[in-house]
Design a protein around this ligand. Structure first.
Ligand SMILES: Nc1ncnc2c1ncn2[C@@H]1O[C@H](COP(=O)(O)OP(=O)(O)OP(=O)(O)O)[C@@H](O)[C@H]1O
Ligand SMILES: [Mg+2]
Length: 231
């Protein structure tokens, strides 16, 4: 198992009253899985992704990633873990406006020891993978929404993460661009064996998963597994 979540609880303290945003959640994810996470607004989807990335501290329970305990790791270990193993894709793309597409893609490698030449080669390969070989020097404002999300996906892949965490990656896109992006994620999942956890409101998008998790009020209320994937 790549990821094991056991009895995870996240309680936010707000105005003295505790809210269990995650209420005793357990599930397992095999390497190479495409997991989709659905549920109403406020059901804990973003909280779950942030917890898995170690970006927020959980209240109790365990998160194991390849035997690395995310829930009680130090900040330093967590930041190394994110840099080495996790790519993020958000609804709002979060591109840097004054960097070109390819510079945005290279950004996460800024602090790595890789040579400039190798960085450019890797970024070029990813621009090709996401179908933007002719948009490398465009600035974000010169790209369509779907193209901007492709740049964000290429950026998420640059450090060769084992895990992609995507929070509503198609939330700002119209249906046809959404299915382009979902097909791109599926291709990355198939070809690069990157494990993907994707939060979505769209039932159509949820169908892209081979493990579908449904949350309601912080609880995991349904889990549907399709074809088995490699361990
Ligand atoms: N920083 C915070 N402090 C206090 N409560 C929070 C905080 N972040 C989230 N919550 C609460 O935790 C619950 C889960 O929030 P979360 O953002 O995980 O929901 P979500 O499923 O991602 O919703 P959406 O679909 O609207 O993005 C909500 O009730 C929310 O109000
Ligand atoms: Mg959310």
């Amino acid at each position: 198992m790549l990821l094991k979540v056991n009895n995870l609880i996240k309680q936010y303290q707000k105005t003295g009253k505790g809210v269990n945003a995650l209420d005793n959640i357990s599930f397992e994810v095999k390497k190479g899985a495409f997991v989709t996470i659905t549920g109403p607004s406020g059901s804990g989807k973003t909280t779950l992704l942030l917890s898995l990335a170690g970006l927020i501290r959980t209240t109790s329970g365990e998160i194991n990633f390849n035997n690395f305990r995310i829930d009680n790791a130090t900040d330093k270990h967590l930041s190394d873990f994110r840099k080495d193993h996790v790519g993020f894709v958000m609804q709002s793309f979060a591109l840097i406006p004054y960097l070109t597409a390819i510079e945005n893609v290279m950004l996460p490698m800024a602090i790595s020891n890789v040579s400039k030449k190798e960085k450019i080669e890797k970024a070029n390969d990813l621009m090709n993978l996401v179908g933007l070989e002719d948009r490398k020097t465009h600035f974000p404002r010169e790209l369509s929404a779907g193209q901007q999300q492709r740049v964000a996906i290429a950026r998420a892949l640059i450090n060769e993460p084992a895990l992609i965490l995507a929070d509503e990656p198609t939330g700002n896109l119209d249906p046809s661009l959404s299915s382009d992006i979902l097909n791109l994620l599926k291709k990355i999942n198939n070809e690069k064996h990157v494990t993907i956890l994707m939060v979505t409101h769209s039932p159509m998008a949820a169908e892209f998963g081979n493990l579908k998790i449904q949350l309601s009020e912080g609880k995991l209320i349904n889990e549907i597994k399709y074809n088995s994937v490699i361990d």
